[in-house]
Design a protein around this ligand. Sequence first.
Ligand code: DIG
Ligand code: MN
Ligand code: MN
Length: 387
Amino acid sequence: MPFTPSPSDNFTFGLWTVGNTGRDPFGEPTRPRLSPAEIVELLGEVGGVRGVNFHDNDLIPIDASPAESRQIKADFARALKRHKLKVAMATTNLFTDPAFKDGAFTSNDAEVRAYAIQKTMRGMDLGAEFGAKIYVFWGGREGTETDAAKDPIESEARFRRAIDFLCDYSRSKNYGYRFALEAKPNEPRGHMFFPTTGSYLAFIATLKHPGMVGVNPEVAHEHMAGLNFSHAVAQALAANKLFHIDLNDQQFGRYDQDFRFGAADIKSAFFLVKLLEDNAYKGFRHFDAHAYRTSDRKDVIEFARGCMRTYLILKDKARRWNADPEVRRLQRTIRRDNARLDELWSRYSATSAAALSRREFDRQAMAARPLPYERLDQRTMEILLGV
Ligand code: DIG
Ligand code: MN
Ligand code: MN
């Protein structure tokens, strides 16, 4: 059947995504809590999933005894084996426990900052135990409600020292991790440090081991900032920093909805899939999303299948768009290439600068040239609508 996912599509889900119990700030859970092993079983039932991701405490509760921890890991490992799932990414929960009420690495309390480093080292140990090679950092509590609370420059320096230290920890243990930093503009903090993927791309350049560190852009988070997600991902791709990606969907101007991929804005989802596929992105396609609070187990399975099917349908639409004769014809009208003119300013020389400054340009002619973007966008919509 077409659009049926297979492990080679590299789709992954976090334990917290299909394991989401439906709790929200205004209501209690609507679904029973599943153990990690039961979540893996559910993903086995979904079919075609490559891997699973976890926060340390999704797998091992923060107050589990060593015996409980051993049992949970054994059950989880057995389920992974049975369903041929791998652990693709690991991360640390530095946002649920009240100790992190004012952040982790940027907390005003040195003891909390040190505890956050220790907790992350242990999370890295746990991820390495299951073969994860990507480690995500989402600074859920790194921020302020009032800027009277923290010096933003000192906070960035604290975050930088934490990442530098943990890069050295990974190197010392030969874990081979690549770190992926995930931005979000707000929620749960009023203002989060490093609000967008662009903020992190600038930050990475200031690190001790920038080669080990990339980004994990999330659709919902760039949309919450009112940004074009494909442009953020394109900048990461061009800088070879797209180490991971959190796919979901989000209506603009809303709280973090973490909707099923493509459920809100199919057009931007299309351009994202086209960007990833046109650029042969080899990484994991992680759906950091969850089913509606109204969904039961059966509908959660449909949610997971829907994420993957929509991605595969849009991948096919991208292939059609690239091959579409009308699109190609319109692109030929739109693109006015002139290699000789480009050559004049692709590399500086006094001669080319002199030639360029002497050149006559006909502004009226340039302004009069046709740009049939309405036709092109309508054709794009009709390909998406299957006309
Ligand atoms: C939220 O979008 C964050 C957390 O779920 C997690 O730390 C990260 C991993 O994808 N995404
Ligand atoms: Mn989110
Ligand atoms: Mn995410």
